[in-house]
Design a protein around this ligand. Structure first.
Ligand code: ADP
Ligand code: XUL
Length: 584
């Protein structure tokens, strides 16, 4: 992502490194003080480190639903990444800070040899990191976020505090298989000897920071919220949940260590990186965070701004000051801004569901091309007519027919329901009074594929709008800006239709090139810590280093982009009624 060099307060010679340790690769982006990219290097685990025999970076044990990654592979990846940066002639002596954004929830189990081995890391006999740290782990594996093996532990977590709602209230999420707390408890149950010899547990983020800093680095607060253990508002581990680990709650507390709520440097890079790769000994290690919190640091987000990722699934990330937890989504502490949070909505049915409607529309016209042209043309024509939930906004009839579809070819997460495709019509009279007790249910949806085009976009938009509303602090509960990213953000019409429902007050933008977003966010976190953290707010800092010219505007802001009418004000209620009717 190209940025421009803007402020007079910039350090002219400084470079910063943002690392992204994800499932399939380790990536490093070097930026200058203005967040302009200087270099990018990556190590793909399956391709570059074939000796570990992972498939897409992990081992999948289908019989137990386990997905694990070998920790030593990540250490080899760190060496290879730095070697590649050095080979690219990047002047690593200019590095003033390094931070990272890593896959969330994964955990690394250190033993009592870890602290001295990290402190002693040096270029002795050219031994690499994996060799020097080979005796430092109580378990040589790290559970991956795709792991589903902790059903029993998840039930224990929820039962311990009184159910999923209460767990979400405390920790920001209901119990999830991939979350670190249930994963650690599973280790204690199934590999007790590994748990016993564990002296410290890192998240993937604090593991990588520890390797860079040459000492055990505390877990960072935003990533701590992906554990189902951290009380987000009290900012402490929940004692009841720690009690699940046995009468010796201190045992788990010691293993977890403290949580770091500051963005200040935790130290300088280990002499290993200075001696072997020429990194400046002045290079500070800034707390590493998770990949989703890292992503929100890559764009100039203020409170009430939303990133909507239109990938295979749909994810919405919102910056909020309202802690309004729900079992349907996640809330994390903001990685940089105190008393601020990141809400994360993850939908299973995103692009594939839209593709299904697209294919039905195309096939009705005998077209098997997979083109979006017909889908887009229908959506544009309907919006131009002022169609809202199946009927024209100018209709003068006293009876209103509001149509909502649920397009879930796959089981859905929000709400948590089975796969289905359902269309409902809610009939209301002029006063908005519901005429029928129940909306009329229409089961055949082959009837009018064309109606489903705007229908699916409205339904996806209204679901996001109704869940975001409580988290937004604007007086009318509208988002400020929306940034569309991911595959379908290439489609302007889809973004327009969603914006028309979500009505951001200051516009919507498409940001095409987000594949390196969390590494960029990590680099920005490092720059902010070294250059601006003391005096400048994060928002001012990131705003002044962003070039809005890179973003394509799709929706000008205002209520429907041009006028003062919120076209979907009543639509939210219709949507909620239909969800209630269908799913409760
Ligand atoms: P992932 O989430 O797997 O990384 P991407 O972000 O690459 O995936 O998004 C892939 C999806 O983007 C595809 O399923 C496709 O439907 C959608 N997509 C790509 N281009 C367009 C387009 N022009 N219009 C609508 N959808 C598109
Ligand atoms: C978030 C999650 C994934 C991983 C991917 O809860 O599990 O997004 O962070 O790396």
């Amino acid at each position: 992502m190209a940025r421009y060099f803007s402020s007079s307060a910039l350090l002219p010679d400084a470079y910063y490194l943002g690392l992204d340790l994800s499932t399939q690769q380790l990536k490093g982006i070097v930026v200058d003080s203005g967040l302009k990219q200087i270099a990018l290097a990556k190590v793909e685990f399956e391709v570059d480190l074939p000796a570990y025999k992972t498939v897409k970076g992990v081992f999948v044990k289908a019989d137990t639903n386990e997905v694990l990654a070998p920790v030593a592979m990540w250490l080899d990846a760190v060496d290879l990444l730095f070697a590649r940066l050095k080979d690219m002639d990047v002047d690593l002596a200019r590095l003033r800070g390094v931070s990272g954004a890593c896959q969330q929830h994964g955990s690394v189990y250190w033993n009592e040899k870890a602290a001295p081995a990290l402190a002693a890391l040096q270029v002795k006999d050219a031994a690499d990191l994996a060799e020097q740290l080979k005796d430092s782990f109580a378990w040589d594996m790290s559970p991956n976020w795709q792991d589903h093996s902790t059903e029993q532990e998840c039930r224990q977590f929820e039962a311990c505090v009184g159910g999923p709602e209460r767990l979400a209230e405390i920790t920001g999420s209901k119990a999830h298989h991939r979350f670190t707390g249930p994963q650690i408890l599973k280790l204690k149950h199934r590999l007790p000897q590994c748990y016993e010899s564990t002296t410290r547990i890192s998240l993937v983020s604090s593991f990588l920071a520890s390797v860079l800093a040459g000492k055990l680095v505390d877990v960072e607060v935003s990533d701590a919220c992906g554990m189902n253990l951290w009380d987000v508002t009290k900012q402490e581990f929940n004692s009841d949940l720690l009690g699940l680990f046995g009468p010796d709650a201190d045992g788990i507390r010691r293993r977890l260590g403290p949580v770091n709520t500051s963005n200040a440097a935790v130290g300088s890079v280990s002499p290993y990186f200075v001696e072997k790769y020429g990194v400046s000994s002045d290079c500070k290690v800034i707390p590493f965070t998770g990949d989703n919190p890292g992503t929100i640091l890559s764009l100039p987000l203020h409170a009430n701004d939303v990133i909507i990722s239109l990938g295979t699934s749909t994810t919405a990330l919102v910056v909020t000051q309202n802690y309004v937890p729900s079992p349907l989504y996640h809330l994390f502490a903001h990685p940089v801004v105190p008393n601020s949070y990141m809400g994360m909505l993850c939908y299973c049915n995103g692009s594939l569901a839209r593709e299904k409607v697209r294919d039905e529309v195309n096939s009705a016209a005998g077209d098997t091309s997979g083109s979006w042209d017909r889908f887009n043309a229908i959506a544009e024509a309907e919006m131009a007519k002022g169609t809202i939930l199946g009927s024209s906004s100018s209709s003068s009839s006293s009876t209103k027919y509001k149509q909502i579809g649920f397009f879930f070819p796959l089981p859905e997460i929000i709400p948590s329901v089975r796969a289905q495709q359902t269309r409902l019509i809610l009939v209301t009279d002029d006063n908005g009074q519901q005429r029928q007790q129940q909306p009329h249910k229409v089961l055949q949806w082959e009837n009018s594929p064309a109606a489903d085009v705007l229908g699916i976009l409205e339904s996806q938009g209204l679901s996001i709008r109704s869940r975001l509303a409580p988290m937004l602090t604007s007086s009318d509960q509208r988002p400020r800006r929306i940034y569309f990213v991911g595959g379908a953000s290439a489609n302007k019409v889809i973004c327009e239709a969603l914006s028309r429902v979500l009505v951001p007050s200051e516009g919507a933008y498409r940001v095409q090139d987000m594949k390196d977003a969390c590494a960029v966010g990590a680099a920005a976190k490092a720059v902010y810590s070294v250059e601006g953290g003391g005096t400048k707010s994060w928002e001012d800092f990131i705003e002044e280093r962003t070039d809005y010219g890179e973003f394509a505007e799709v929706f000008g802001g205002g209520l429907d982009g041009t006028t003062d009418t919120d076209l979907y004000k009543d639509g939210v209620e219709v949507f909620k009624k239909c969800e209630e009717y269908c799913f409760q």
